[in-house]
Each structure stands twice: as structure tokens, then as C-alpha cells.
Design a protein around this ligand. Structure first.
Ligand code: NAP
Length: 492
């Protein structure tokens, strides 16, 4: 049985709790992938101390030197794409095709931040004073704690680790307890690429223990968190109370708005992909359809028919469309919300059950589920399920569509399916989200574009693109009088 250890100060070490947790395939409970060590608060503190010691030398390297190590990681990973994807499918459950896509997305992000290493800089502006050169440089913050969820166990660590390191910070990564192996694989690549000891540390263990130890440690100057609102909101209050920089990317309840002039075949395909891809376990998943009543019946029939044809099973099998949900707790949450929707009066149109016969017997499988007759006040229309469940709400006008789409606490992504460019532009203007998709699913995000949400989804920062660098650096402004002769300066 493979043992997964923490990586602290350049060495793979057991957590001092003296315990191990089982890393189990969500499609097959007999398939134990590995055992993961359990770190304690003391181990987390040791990781922070190692990162603090390594900071001076790492920050002193030039950004292109740091970028070269990232480039080497990318090169090593590119030779192992299929192997990494297979590990992800076995550990997280998504299909091999989805896992491969996630590995490639992580590599795009690393490659993007390699480029940022060669561009890292501030701006120059004219000064009001003669013979004075004014400019800014961006400097790292120090030690950064990165706390990540299980649903993108490779891409999210990549999109946090790469900008943090290339900007000159040192890092402690705390991955979700459900997916330790993917984090170990990523850190091994950095070790193999020649990253100096202490620059990237990994602690495995529970969020409430090691995550909290990182968030509360005064040497940790930046906390970048992706996960649930419950955890993120509390953690943000703690980190910012001690003036650490903190970003939290949290839940979503993303709508696909379908107007009467939409291409319904295109909308059907995009909604099914958005709702049930990655088993609905994406922060960007389509969880609501807000449709013009004139085309609601036709769209609903198409969605139900298309969804019925999806094959649920082990993500490792080439014919599988939808893998299992990640674990027993997530399975219970999804089934709970299916019950809540029924009690609230939504009409079950498709799915709604656990699949537990035959090849499904040893995994956490749920039939992709669609509810109709949903109203905006129902919990299924407002709360994040984080599973393969879709709610359909019918509306009578464009204004009502916008207001229903916006009537949730979250604000990550939205999509509009329509032909009229005027309506599309008005929707882009009024949709209360960080990312809008036009005639395409609510999911996805490219490395070179900002990613993140408004309202309760996020804390205002964005990730990916140059925004990732902005989070992990602060500007320093320089006034350089290159004659050194002026006595009378403009001091405001
Ligand atoms: P979660 O339970 O909040 O966990 C996220 C991370 O926080 C895990 O590493 C967890 O460790 C850790 N953690 C838990 N309690 C902590 C504490 N008290 N202090 C510090 N860290 C703590 O979320 P999840 O179930 O893994 O992920 C699903 C959620 O993530 C969904 O709400 C989804 O929408 C959101 N998400 C958002 C985005 C986005 O970009 N907006 C992207 C992906 C996912 P343990 O695993 O050990 O508990």
C-alpha cells in the first residue's frame, strides 16, 4: 500500500499524529489507493517555519530563474499526462476525459505563469517633478498558505502554487483530505524539477486542525482558499483580523438563461454539459435553468431526453459520461437536497435516486436529476447542491429572467442562450456574476483570463491571469531624483 507523506523542508515525513487515513476510489470502495499520513498543528507550524527560512533566498532569485523551475515542472508533467489523469479518476471519480482536461488546464496555468515570470513588473509614469523617475515594482508577500478543495485536485493547486512561487513567495499547500494523492503528485514534480527545500511544503491532515494552524499563524502573510462558504467565511474573518491578505473562492448557484429566440439544441447540449459534467461537482456547474415560458416545455423535454441517455459509472471506463460523487458525505448531501426539492413541491422529471445495483454497488453513484416547476423561493433554487441536480424555472419576460437569475446569494457564473444581440448585451450588463458565458455552458475558465465570483461567492480578488500575480504581490512605488540636486520638492 502506498503511503502518502507530508513534504516539509524538502523531506517527505510522516505527520506526528501517528495516524493514517484511507484514500479510497469513489467508484469502488474495495479499491484503496493509498494511506495518507495525518499531520498535527505542530507539523503545520514546522512547515511555516521551513517556508519562512526559505523565503529570503527564494525571493532573491530573479523571477525568470523561478519561472525556469515552473517550466521544468510543466515539461515533466507533460510526459505523464495520461498517468496523472488515471490517478485523478481513481481518486476523485471524474471521467478520464474530464481528468485529462483538468491536467491540461493545470499545465496551461503553469505555462502562463512561466511567462509572467519573464514579465513580472510594475509601471512607469511621468513625475510632476523634473529629473525624477517614478515607477513601481511588485514584491512578494512572504509565506503563503494555499487551502484547496477536492473537486479540482490538480488545477486549483496549480493555479495557486504557480503564481505564488513565480512571484517569490514560499508556500504551504493544504489539499482536501479526500484527494491527497493528486497533491503529492504535484509536489513530487516540483521536487524533481529542483525546487529548493522549504519553498513548497505540503501538509496532509484535517482542515480544522492543520488548515486552522496555517490561517492563524502570524508568519503566514497570505491565505488563498477555495472551498465552501461555511469554511471560507470564517477563515476570511480570522486571517484578515490579523491583517493577512486573504482570498476565498466559494460556492455557486449558476443559472443558464434561455430566451425564446435561443437555439434550443445548442442550449440543451450546453446545459447538460454544464449541469452533469464532473458529476455536477464544479463551483461553475449549471444548477438552474431560467427559461422563457414559451419554450419551456420544448426545452424541458429535450433536457430530459438528453439526460436519460447519459451513462453513469466508473470514470475509468471509456463509455462512462458521469462518474460517482466523491464520497459518502457528498452522496448524503445530494440525496438530502433531492428530498428537500420534492418536499418543497418541485416536480421530479428525471433521476432522483441513488444507483446501487450491479456495477454501481460499491460506489457513490446518483442518477442525473432534473426538477421542473421550481420557483425562486425553493431551496433547490437557492442553495448549492454540488452534485448532478438541475432545477428548471419558467419566467414570462426578459426582466423576470434577469431578476430570477440574480435572486441568489452567489455570483460566480451565468450563461445566456439567445439570438438577439441587444438582449444578450443587456444580460451581460445586469448579470450579478464574475463570469458570463454567451451561447456556451456556465463552466470553464482559461488561464489568461480572470476567474472568480461576486456576492457571496468571493471576497473580491480574482485568480488566474495577471490577477493571480496581483494577489501574491504588493506594489512598491519609487521616486528617483536622478540629479540629486533639488531642494524644493512637491510634497503633498
Ligand atoms: P470545504 O469543505 O470548504 O474544504 C475546502 C478546504 O478547506 C479543504 O482543504 C478542507 O480540508 C479545508 N478546511 C476545512 N475546514 C477548515 C478550517 N476550519 N480551516 C482551514 N481549512 C479548512 O470545501 P470542499 O467540500 O472541499 O469543496 C467544495 C466547495 O468548494 C463547494 O462549495 C464549491 O463550490 C467550492 N469551490 C469553489 C470554487 C471557486 O473557484 N469558486 C472552485 C472549486 C470549488 P479538509 O478536506 O481536510 O476538510
Amino acid at each position: 500500500m502506498e503511503k502518502l507523506n507530508c513534504f516539509i523542508d524538502g523531506a517527505w515525513v510522516e505527520g506526528t499524529a501517528g495516524k493514517w487515513t484511507r484514500d479510497v476510489n469513489p467508484a469502488d470502495s474495495d479499491d484503496v489507493i493509498a494511506e495518507a499520513t495525518v499531520a498535527t498543528r505542530d507539523d503545520a507550524v514546522r512547515a511555516v517555519e521551513a517556508a519562512s527560512r526559505a523565503y529570503g533566498a527564494w525571493r532573491a532569485k530573479t523571477a525568470p530563474e523561478r519561472a525556469r523551475i515552473l517550466a521544468r515542472v510543466s515539461e515533466l508533467a507533460k510526459a505523464r499526462i495520461d498517468a496523472l489523469a488515471a490517478i485523478m479518476t481513481r481518486e476523485e471519480g471524474k471521467t478520464l476525459r474530464e481528468a485529462r482536461g483538468e491536467i491540461l488546464k493545470g499545465l496551461n496555468l503553469i505555462d502562463f505563469y512561466v511567462g509572467e515570470g519573464w514579465r513580472l513588473g510594475g509601471k512607469t509614469t511621468p513625475s510632476e517633478m523634473p529629473s525624477t523617475f517614478t515607477y513601481t515594482i511588485r514584491q512578494p508577500l512572504g509565506v503563503a498558505a494555499l487551502i484547496t478543495p477536492w473537486n479540482f485536485p490538480w488545477a486549483i493547486p496549480c493555479w495557486k502554487v504557480a503564481p505564488a512561487l513565480v512571484a517569490g513567495n514560499t508556500v504551504i499547500l493544504k489539499p482536501a483530505s479526500a484527494t491527497p494523492k493528486m497533491a503529492v503528485e504535484l509536489v513530487r514534480l516540483f521536487e524533481e524539477a529542483g525546487l529548493p527545500p522549504g519553498v513548497l511544503n505540503l501538509v496532509l491532515g484535517s482542515g480544522g486542525t492543520v488548515g486552522d494552524a496555517l490561517v492563524t499563524h502570524k508568519a503566514v502573510r497570505a491565505v488563498s482558499f477555495t472551498g465552501s462558504n461555511d469554511v471560507g467565511t470564517k477563515l476570511h474573518a480570522v486571517a484578515t483580523a490579523r491583517q493577512a491578505r486573504c482570498t476565498c473562492e466559494m460556492g455557486g448557484k449558476n443559472p443558464a438563461v434561455v430566451l425564446a429566440d435561443a437555439d434550443l439544441a445548442l442550449a440543451t447540449e450546453g446545459i447538460v454539459q454544464g449541469a452533469f459534467g464532473s458529476t455536477g461537482q464544479r463551483c461553475t456547474a449549471t444548477s438552474r435553468v431560467v427559461v422563457d415560458r414559451r419554450v419551456a416545455r420544448e426545452l424541458t423535454d429535450r433536457l430530459v431526453e438528453r439526460t436519460r441517455a447519459l451513462k453513469v459509472g466508473n470514470g475509468a471506463h471509456p463509455t462512462t459520461d458521469i462518474g460517482p460523487v466523491v464520497d459518502d458525505a457528498q452522496l448524503k448531501t445530494v440525496l438530502h437536497y433531492i428530498g428537500v426539492a420534492k418536499e418543497d413541491g418541485a416536480k421530479l422529471l428525471q433521476g432522483g435516486t441513488r444507483l446501487a445495483d450491479g456495477s454501481h454497488a460499491k460506489g457513490h453513484f446518483v442518477a442525473p436529476t432534473i426538477f421542473g416547476d421550481v420557483t425562486p423561493s425553493m431551496r433547490i433554487a437557492r442553495e448549492e447542491v454540488f452534485g448532478p441536480v438541475l432545477a428548471i424555472l419558467a419566467v414570462d419576460s426578459f426582466d423576470e429572467a434577469v431578476s430570477v437569475a440574480n435572486a441568489v446569494d452567489y455570483g460566480l457564473t451565468s450563461a445566456i442562450y439567445a439570438s438577439d444581440p441587444g438582449a444578450i448585451m443587456r444580460f451581460i450588463e445586469r448579470s450579478e456574476v464574475g463570469i458570463v458565458h454567451v451561447n456556451s455552458p456556465t463552466v470553464g475558465g482559461e488561464a489568461q483570463l480572470p476567474f472568480g465570483g461576486s456576492k457571496a461567492t468571493g471576497t473580491g480578488w480574482r485568480e488566474m491571469s495577471e490577477e493571480g500575480i496581483h494577489f501574491f504581490t504588493e506594489p512598491k512605488t519609487v521616486y528617483f531624483d536622478y540629479t540629486g540636486t533639488k531642494r524644493d520638492t512637491n510634497i503633498y
